[in-house]
Design a protein around this ligand. Sequence first.
Ligand SMILES: O=C(CNCCc1c[nH]c2ccccc12)Nc1scc(-c2ccccc2)c1C(=O)NCc1ccccc1
Length: 325
Amino acid sequence: DSGSVTASPRQQDTEYLCPVQIGSPAQTLPLDFDTGSSDLWVFSTDTPRSEVNGQTVYDASSSSSAKRLSGATWKISYGDGSSSSGIVYLDTVTVGGLTVSRQAVEAAKQVSSSFSRDTSSSGLLGLAFSSINTVSPNQQKTFFDNAMPHLDAPLFTADLKHNADGRYNFGYIDKSAYTGSISYTPVDNSQGFWGFTATVDGTDVTGIADTGTTLIYLPDSIVTSYYSQVSGARYDSSNAGYIFPCGSSMPDFSFNVGGGGGGGGTVTVPGSYVNFAPTDQTGQTCFGGLQSDSSIGISIFGDIALKAAFVVFDGGNKQLGWAAK
Ligand SMILES: O=C(CNCCc1c[nH]c2ccccc12)Nc1scc(-c2ccccc2)c1C(=O)NCc1ccccc1
């Protein structure tokens, strides 16, 4: 089996949403595919009306294939302080033509304000490792884990784009989607993430490939040296990050992966991607897409980095492949 689904950017690439069919008859919800978490959770008829703000909701009671997973609950919180929690159903989930029949669909009974305010997203589809799924008492598998045994190849690929529709493919590598060769590097999934080591200016950086995080968060030394090349750039505590004049021409940001025998491959994030967004309506000052990881405790290669590459998440061989495009 295989699947292929469009990933549409929202609000200047802050997130990418994909249509997902749930239940019988199919209910289509736009979900944020998130390689940095492992819960498939959705706004639902169980979500308080006061917390639903235009989102499409999942109604288990109108799905003939839905079954309550009795006694199961879930609760997740993210580094930005957002959170959600609720109950669990098993139902049929289809992504780009690829169907999993008994997928844990986590219906929200509570969502925090940032999710309520995000009218375009009906939830998340976790693609990290099932070891960090939050369902209790019996942890549940991700869509990818459930699909893997049926896939032509035990992998999925992420091809996110800047201000344009991209694509997630499951079970195969589309050779027309990238240029040159794919450089592979081993994955450390001990924390449940797609962890890997890249080299930035000769320095090894261990981080995670995370489609659910918008920006890139790297060690202070790397971030400071990057912004030292931009006149007027500075760390601004009120914005809690590096800002600079919006008219600045930003240097490209490159990192190397798979440095082994073949010399590995270089991913180059265009400077324009690092000029992420204005901090206010005046459009004078802009917020950087590359920020320090010092308050996070882990380096994150988020959407800003991922949209500069074609990325293979190989669950069979526990490796990450990176290619230019
Ligand atoms: O959680 C994910 C991926 N799912 C995000 C879903 C999501 C959370 N709000 C969303 C809002 C919209 C769409 C998706 C999401 N990645 C990881 S690994 C470590 C951290 C972390 C741990 C401690 C402190 C900071 C980060 C995060 C993190 O919180 N990222 C989001 C973020 C990172 C930095 C700043 C803000 C948010």
